[in-house]
Write a protein that binds this ligand. Sequence first.
Ligand SMILES: CCCCCCCC/C=C\CCCCCCCC(=O)N[C@@H](CO[C@@H]1OC[C@@H](O)[C@H](O)[C@H]1O)[C@H](O)/C=C/CCCCCCCCCCCCC
Ligand SMILES: O=c1ccn([C@@H]2O[C@H](COP(=O)(O)OP(=O)(O)O)[C@@H](O)[C@H]2O)c(=O)[nH]1
Length: 405
Amino acid sequence: MEPAEYVIFGLCIVLFVGFIVNLLIHILAIVYGKWKLSRKLSPPVVEDLPGISIIKPLVGVDPNLFDNLEAYFNFKYPQYEILFCIQDELDSVIMIAQSLILKYPKVDAKIFIGDTELKGKKNVGVNPKINNMIRGYEAAKYDLFLISDSSIKMKEDTLMDMALHMTEKIGLVQQMPFVCDRPGFVSHLEKIFFGTHHGKMYLVANFLGINCASGMSTLFRKEIIEEAGGLAHFGKYLAEDYMLAQAVLDRGYKVLLCSQTALQNSGYTSLTTFHDRLIRWTKLRNATVVTTMFFEPIYQCIVQGLIMAFVTEYLFSWSPLVFFMVHVLIWFLLDYILLSIIQQGPLPFSKFEFLVGWILNEISYPILVCRAHWDPIITWRSRKYKIRWGGITTEVTSAPPSQSK
Ligand SMILES: CCCCCCCC/C=C\CCCCCCCC(=O)N[C@@H](CO[C@@H]1OC[C@@H](O)[C@H](O)[C@H]1O)[C@H](O)/C=C/CCCCCCCCCCCCC
Ligand SMILES: O=c1ccn([C@@H]2O[C@H](COP(=O)(O)OP(=O)(O)O)[C@@H](O)[C@H]2O)c(=O)[nH]1
């Protein structure tokens, strides 16, 4: 063999091993997802449950917001407070928060209006969500605090489920991102994305103890975050969720998934908003965990199928077309099983709609990854940011803070 042939042969072997690893990741996600998401912890004596401060950062109103927020007033949980953090004093979301507080006078709930800058102090960093939450965080009276994004809808036992997972060695309990059943094809695309591509990596990373955090629904021990410099310390990062989880891991605590998924229930769904969000997240991941930039593209179904078709032809003389077709079919079936497990009930669409949605997602994802590389500027709620390697962020343009997506 020529030296060049050795190199090609070695590369093919590495790629083939990576392909087998991916198959194992898929199977592991299914097995772990089935176990994790169907495992209900039995509640202890209610009085033993710790109090929880729920921080709700709010910007703008959407058609489902009232219902989503109302769920927080009906938790089956003995001790909690709700801290609404509203970025802009002219935002009509204030009225929604106020009307809920009036409707449920027995629930301990407060409103904090305006980020730190509005109160004459300097903002704690560039991250607008942290700037918005900081006053609620400082006022939080319990040892545990939950950051819960505005679009999340919770069941009445979700807070209990999260609290029960917060045992001695655990520093952070998170919900795996998923979506509520909503009408419309784009919401189906979202469900398919979070229940397949995203869910697979999320489950396996959490099973292996790899930091894979999403800040949409996360319960923290306040003492750990205080030890790391307080929430303000994370204002310099846009991927504050990842950095917060890393701070917990660095202090010897574990990060755990709870058994209920984070049900996003935004009232607005559009293909552009969905894709722009995925592009923004890809940019965040690329800048925060550089290795994802290399691995993510080749761990897509179509890209991997094309590469492996040539690799297996080279190694085993298999037909590339047959290999590609079988590869896509197996990936598709494993994804369907995984989505059904994460959904934990009947899917709100037919198998045919799943097929169409899955194909669309798989074709569009590599394009979204390319678009993320093309323009490194991150746009979030009308503000633009640039992230340096390691996650430190600078804002490149400012816009009125009240803009919704
Ligand atoms: C053999 C090795 C295989 C490695 C393959 C790696 C391929 C990775 C492919 C997919 C990654 C899946 C996605 C993970 C979820 C990340 C979600 C995300 O991007 N979140 C970012 C944005 O979150 C919002 O940010 C603003 C905040 O206010 C909102 O509330 C948030 O929701 C977030 O900022 C993420 C930052 C970095 C995440 C790093 C993830 C690393 C994933 C590694 C997976 C490794 C699996 C390994 C299996 C062996
Ligand atoms: O300038 C901002 C942008 C977002 N948020 C809050 O951060 C959370 C996540 O925002 P978004 O849904 O836009 O983020 P994504 O989940 O798309 O990353 C929501 O509760 C927002 O209200 C905020 O307080 N200020």
